[in-house]
Design a protein. Structure first.
Length: 360
């Protein structure tokens, strides 16, 4: 885990990624709060090689009430302050660009939920995007990447998993369009392709773009491993710099009954289909599990999410031979349950969550 890795022009000091997790700590309008700066800086000080932000909205549509935003140039100053705080600790920082699509809550945002296909929900519950609206959302993602770049972020990740908008275009279980954004595999890929190519054109090809995808979905006719391998290979062909492998199936947010590393087969399948780096989120709680995944070639980087909620010093303690001092995540899912209630994140074993900088 301690070895560095190069991804294009990006140099990471180690193989540990803190992947995106919603925390509900930003300002209500998507602005950067002191609480969210303290939260991310504590984990940068804790030694993570790369931090990927929580879902960051590219329009006013949001998945959480207190969610970061990269909508336009007014969002740059706050994001720059956040980025600078993380960079003080030689940790790289990506914004995860996101639109909830059908998973938006009008009660939270006041904005109607939209989707590639209204048929995935009951009549009248969703607005089916027109061709013009699809094009505007493509541009919103591209602008979000430019905002991230202007704020000093080291790259962006496109959230193409977990049932959100890009995933809704990609999945044959959710996309029933018969125009250029649907139908064939190429049609379902078109939305994310236009976003990725547009970011590379506007921000420059060296600016890194990762894509998070589902390796499996629980829907009938949803993405399976073979489809995910095709998606990953096509993303590499059009210029993605890394693939972040997740799922939208049972165990997406694992309770305590799931073993560490259980999703390794998903990462292994995607790694066999591409030559670009693969990030594995495999319910990693202890450093030894992450080290085994790397040594056995299951992935190139490991995603340690809730482990960093429990102990922001997870990396430093692992690298300094103090594994026995790591405050381990107990997989109780209090954090996830609080987010589902639209509350700020909490952790059962870390009462200082969000205030750790006071003790650095």
């Amino acid at each position: 885990m301690k070895s560095p890795i190069s991804i294009g022009n990006l140099e990471l000091k180690n193989r540990v990624v803190m992947p995106a997790m919603g925390v509900n700590l930003s300002a209500k309008d998507g602005g950067v709060s002191e609480e969210i700066i303290a939260y991310y800086e504590a984990r940068a000080a804790g030694g993570a090689g790369l931090i990927i932000s929580e879902i960051t909205r590219v329009t006013d549509g949001a998945g959480e009430p207190f969610q970061l935003a990269a909508r336009d140039y007014k969002d740059v100053p706050g994001l720059q302050k956040l980025t600078d705080a993380i960079h003080k600790h030689n940790t790289k920082f990506f914004l995860q660009l996101h639109h909830p699509g059908a998973m938006a809550s009008p009660l939270v945002t006041g904005v109607q939920s939209v989707a590639p296909s209204a048929a995935i929900a009951g009549e009248g519950l969703l607005h089916e995007l027109t061709l013009e609206e699809c094009g505007k959302l493509v541009q919103a993602f591209i602008t979000g990447a430019q905002v991230a770049q202007m704020a000093g972020a080291d790259g962006v990740e496109l959230h193409g998993a977990h049932g959100y908008l890009i995933n809704q275009f990609l999945s044959p279980a959710l996309n029933f369009r018969d125009d250029k954004y649907g139908g064939s595999f190429e049609g379902r890929m078109r939305f994310v392709t236009e976003i990725l190519l547009g970011i590379k054109e506007r921000c420059g090809s060296p600016f890194p773009v990762f894509v998070r995808i589902n390796a499996e979905e629980y829907f009938p006719n949803g993405i399976d491993i073979q489809e995910a391998k095709k998606i990953a290979a096509e993303l590499e062909r059009i210029g993605a710099d890394a693939i972040d492998v997740s799922c939208f199936s049972e165990g997406c947010i694992e309770p305590a009954t799931y073993q560490q590393g259980w999703k390794r087969y998903m990462a292994e399948a995607i790694k066999a289909a591409v030559t670009i780096p693969v990030i594995a989120v495999c319910n990693i709680k202890e450093p030894q599990t992450g080290e085994e995944l790397l040594q056995e070639g299951a992935c190139d980087l490991i995603g340690v999410a809730r482990g960093h909620l429990a102990d922001p010093q997870w990396c430093n303690k692992a690298f300094e031979g103090q594994v026995d001092k790591i405050r381990l995540c107990i997989r109780c899912n209090l954090c996830f349950n609080e987010i589902c209630k639209l509350n700020p994140v909490k952790c059962a074993v870390n009462p200082l969550l969000g205030k750790e900088l006071d003790n650095i």
